[in-house]
Design a protein around this ligand. Structure first.
Ligand code: URA
Length: 210
């Protein structure tokens, strides 16, 4: 395992991932599972957020506790499937700002094409967490990170549900400074660049558009 890749393993996560993979899971349940998995992952992705001492008074006495300090978060979903991961993250980090990056893949060349980018104006000062359920060939995440860097982002992590070695290698080849969090590294890609065993088209399953 590469040092900037974190594979998050937990019985709850593994159980929910299996339900997510099941082709008989409805769109409604799929959305809820993505929500729950994103919330569980957000816990791990934000593990190193800085904290500072804060003096408070309990009903019993004065004490010093820890509070989050300084570093604000921006969640940036890659549209459209990445949007399914935002709500779960916001339930843990409600003050995060949300940017959007629009990329779609050319079905023939598989290359991503940029069509939208709207980010918080102070993106350079934030921990940027890019979300996309699937890291297949790596082209979309590679290009999304380039877009973020071109607009000033310097502290970037990616939160992925299902990844492949190919996708991870492609992203880290161009962006060795970023950290990738995932809950599975699957076997590989089929001839249409879908992840195997994967979970199918995450966007279609989230939004019921198949
Ligand atoms: N995007 C998806 O939604 N699914 C895959 O398997 C690969 C890319």
């Amino acid at each position: 395992m590469k040092e900037n890749v974190t594979l998050i393993k937990h019985p709850l996560i593994q159980h929910k991932l299996t339900m997510l993979r099941d082709k008989n899971t409805s769109s409604k349940d799929f959305r809820e599972l993505v929500n729950e998995l994103s919330m569980l992952m957000a816990f791990e992705v934000t593990r190193n957020l800085p904290v500072e001492d804060v003096e408070i008074e309990t009903p019993i006495c004065k004490t010093v506790g820890k509070c989050l300090s300084g570093l604000d978060v921006a969640i940036v979903p890659i549209m459209r499937a990445g949007m399914g991961m935002v709500e779960g993250m916001l339930s843990l980090i409600p003050n995060a700002k949300v940017g959007h990056i629009g990329l779609y893949r050319n079905e023939e060349t598989i290359e991503p094409i940029e069509y939208y980018c709207k980010l918080p104006s102070d993106i350079s000062k934030r921990l940027v967490i890019v979300t996309d359920p699937m890291l297949a060939t790596g082209g979309s995440l590679r290009d999304a990170i380039t877009m973020l860097k071109n607009r000033g982002a310097v502290n970037i992590k990616a939160m992925i549900l299902v990844a492949t070695e190919t996708g991870i290698n492609e992203v880290l080849k161009y962006h060795p400074d970023i950290e990738i969090y995932t809950i599975s590294i699957d076997e590989g890609l089929n001839e249409k660049s879908y992840i195997v065993p994967g979970l199918g088209d995450a966007g279609d399953r989230l939004f019921g558009t198949k």
